[in-house]
Ligand binder design. Structure first.
Ligand SMILES: *[C@@H]1O[C@H](CO)[C@@H](O)[C@H](O)[C@H]1NC(C)=O
Ligand SMILES: *[C@@H]1O[C@H](CO)[C@@H](O)[C@H](O)[C@H]1NC(C)=O
Ligand SMILES: *[C@@H]1O[C@H](CO)[C@@H](O)[C@H](O)[C@H]1NC(C)=O
Ligand SMILES: *[C@@H]1O[C@H](CO)[C@@H](O)[C@H](O)[C@H]1NC(C)=O
Ligand SMILES: *[C@@H]1O[C@H](CO)[C@@H](O)[C@H](O)[C@H]1NC(C)=O
Length: 279
């Protein structure tokens, strides 16, 4: 075990290890200057995409516990996009910040602005309006340039919106009886198996958030993975192929036996509160 851990230290930067051990959420909006990977040479290769959607009520809950101010009057009614992340390859979470000279150009995404605001919104009003997109672009988008559907900033955001609309997650969940409710708890194992039937036999990866305020678990994020030609693939299968991701997760965070669940309670019960409900 020690040998294995030391091995990991040799190939991961210290922040990778710490972030993984503590399972820190991605602090979007202001981490552009924080995550500099200096301990191993840059490899921008990746093998698949992780498309992550977030449940806005939980994003707000989590943000507010971290002293962010959340915008509760945004026009969001369901799951919103967190990001489209090149994944796999030689580092745990995939390559990041692949082009240090790239800049986020708001004019380039102007034609998408309305949809970005609705479906890929920055819920934190104490961060720059464009800050979330800028962060996602700089950290992840710049690594996707080798794929034609995501070859530039405009295409990258367009592809995120396209995937979002392809599977209307809020609808798909409602179709299997999982609707937002401020009082009800849902079984994440049941959510997984219900969604499988709707997603070509593929299970998403569900992550949960445990509130420090009330000790309850909330449905937080949903990851659906895609090959580089945007065929849906199983995230955990992709990660099993990446030795590093699987082993670190297993060593440091064995909350449940199902790799499709991250930070979810063993008993499985989580809240899926309404978007405009009081939390
Ligand atoms: C990146 O991928 C290409 C094509 O699969 C491969 O030839 C190359 O060796 C990889 N680079 C690294 C640093 O792994
Ligand atoms: C919210 O949506 C309504 C109806 O679609 C629209 O009229 C309004 O301008 C939107 N507000 C914002 C802030 O986007
Ligand atoms: C990096 O970004 C700059 C500025 O946008 C661009 O000119 C260059 O082609 C990009 N490099 C790669 C490898 O994508
Ligand atoms: C930003 O995008 C606009 C619209 O695509 C383009 O005309 C402009 O040249 C871009 N600016 C930079 C600095 O790349
Ligand atoms: C998803 O479905 C809901 C309910 O039918 C609808 O209000 C919403 O506009 C849909 N979202 C997209 C992106 O099509």
């Amino acid at each position: 075990m020690l040998k294995l851990v030391l091995y990991f230290f040799s190939i991961f930067s210290f922040t990778d290890i710490v972030n993984n051990a503590l399972s820190l959420p991605e602090h979007f909006g202001h981490s552009r200057f924080l995550s500099v990977n200096t301990l191993h040479p840059k490899n921008t290769n990746f093998t698949y995409f992780t498309f992550t959607q977030a449940w806005p009520t939980t994003v707000c809950l989590q943000g507010e516990e971290e002293h962010h101010k959340c915008n509760r009057v945004l026009n969001v009614t369901g799951w919103t996009i967190h990001g489209l992340w090149p994944s796999g390859g030689s580092s745990k979470e995939g390559p990041e910040e692949c082009n240090k000279t790239a800049e986020f150009n708001s004019s380039a995404v102007a034609p998408l602005l309305k949809e970005l605001q609705m479906y890929w919104p920055n819920l934190y009003i104490d961060t720059a309006a464009n800050g979330f997109w800028e962060h996602e672009w700089f950290k992840h988008g710049t690594c996707a340039a080798s794929v034609k559907q995501t070859a530039n900033e405009y295409l990258y955001f367009l592809q995120g919106l396209t995937l979002y609309k392809e599977i209307n997650l809020t609808n798909v969940m409602a179709e299997v009886g999982i609707v937002p409710d401020d009082d009800k708890q849902y079984d994440v194992y049941k959510i997984l198996t219900s969604l499988k039937n709707k997603l070509n036999g593929i299970e998403p990866v569900i992550s949960c958030f445990k509130s420090k305020r009330d000790g309850k678990f909330y449905l937080d994020q949903m990851e659906i993975c895609y090959s580089k030609d945007f065929e849906m693939v199983d995230c955990t299968q992709q990660r099993t192929n990446t030795l590093t991701f699987r082993s670190l997760k297993d060593i440091l965070k064995p909350e449940t036996s199902d790799r499709h669940l991250q930070n979810c309670p063993k008993e499985g019960f989580v809240y899926y509160p309404t978007v405009h409900g009081t939390v």
